[in-house]
Design a protein around this ligand. Structure first.
Ligand code: SF4
Length: 227
């Protein structure tokens, strides 16, 4: 059994946003511009939240990258009338774009606000279309989209391991955000493998789940910052 998961160390994160940019580039995410963002239609599969601690002038800012939490008990799944989103056998909260009819019930039921409705389909005028990742579908207008844990990279590594007749090694799969993070704040791997780095971090005293009281059982673990 595999359960893909991610650990994010908030003590290491500097809020630089490289992960957000890498996610856009890897996953062909459209840039909607200021006006659409003002209309509440911003599109980022990953965002950096800021939290302030202390009282001025002794204020400390903490950053928290937030993405789909790939919950084991995902609130988005049971409200989809066409089963366009479901939990796959490897613990990913999968999204079938061709089934989605755009009711947006899932986004309304997600406590983490990490699902985004594609209002316009996105445009990449020449020569910007050359930047599109051929391993990732360009989503049409009218469907919901969100972080996939870079499933195309997972499949690529799994295929390579299969052709070499060996298991996938810990650390071999790196999501775009993890690969681009200069602080190495993001670790991706198999939570079911007790020896994996991500599983070890998940057992740490600093580990906590976002809105853990809701019982959604996310696959993203945050490592709390120290004093
Ligand atoms: S790239 Fe790393 S340090 Fe920068 S915002 Fe993302 S998680 Fe934080």
């Amino acid at each position: 059994m595999t359960r893909w998961g991610m650990a994010i160390d908030t003590d290491r994160c500097t809020g630089c946003g490289a992960c957000v940019v890498a996610c856009h580039a890897e996953n062909n995410i459209q840039t909607v511009g200021e006006e659409e963002a003002r209309n509440g239609r911003a599109m980022h599969w990953m965002r950096i939240e800021r939290h302030y601690e202390g009282v001025f002038p002794d204020v400390r800012i903490r950053f928290m990258p937030v993405l789909c939490q790939h919950c084991a008990a995902a609130p988005c799944e049971p409200v989809c009338p066409v089963y366009a989103t479901y939990r796959n056998p490897e613990g990913l909260n999968a999204m079938v774009y061709s089934r989605c009819i755009g009711t947006r019930y899932c986004a309304n039921n997600c406590p983490y606000s990490v699902r985004f409705f594609n209002w316009h389909g996105g445009e990449w005028p020449e020569p910007l279309q050359l930047q599109l990742n051929p391993d990732v579908a360009v989503r049409p207008a009218g469907v919901m989209e969100k972080c996939t844990f870079c499933v195309q990279r997972i499949q690529d590594v799994k295929g390579r391991a299969r052709s070499e007749d060996r298991p996938v090694l810990d650390g071999e799969i790196r999501t775009a955000c993890a690969q681009s993070c200069p602080a190495q704040a993001i670790v991706f791997g198999d939570l079911e493998d007790p020896t994996s780095r991500v599983a070890q971090l998940a057992r740490s005293d600093r580990a906590e789940r976002l809105l853990g009281d809701l019982g959604t059982n996310p696959s993203v673990i945050y490592l709390k910052g120290g004093e």
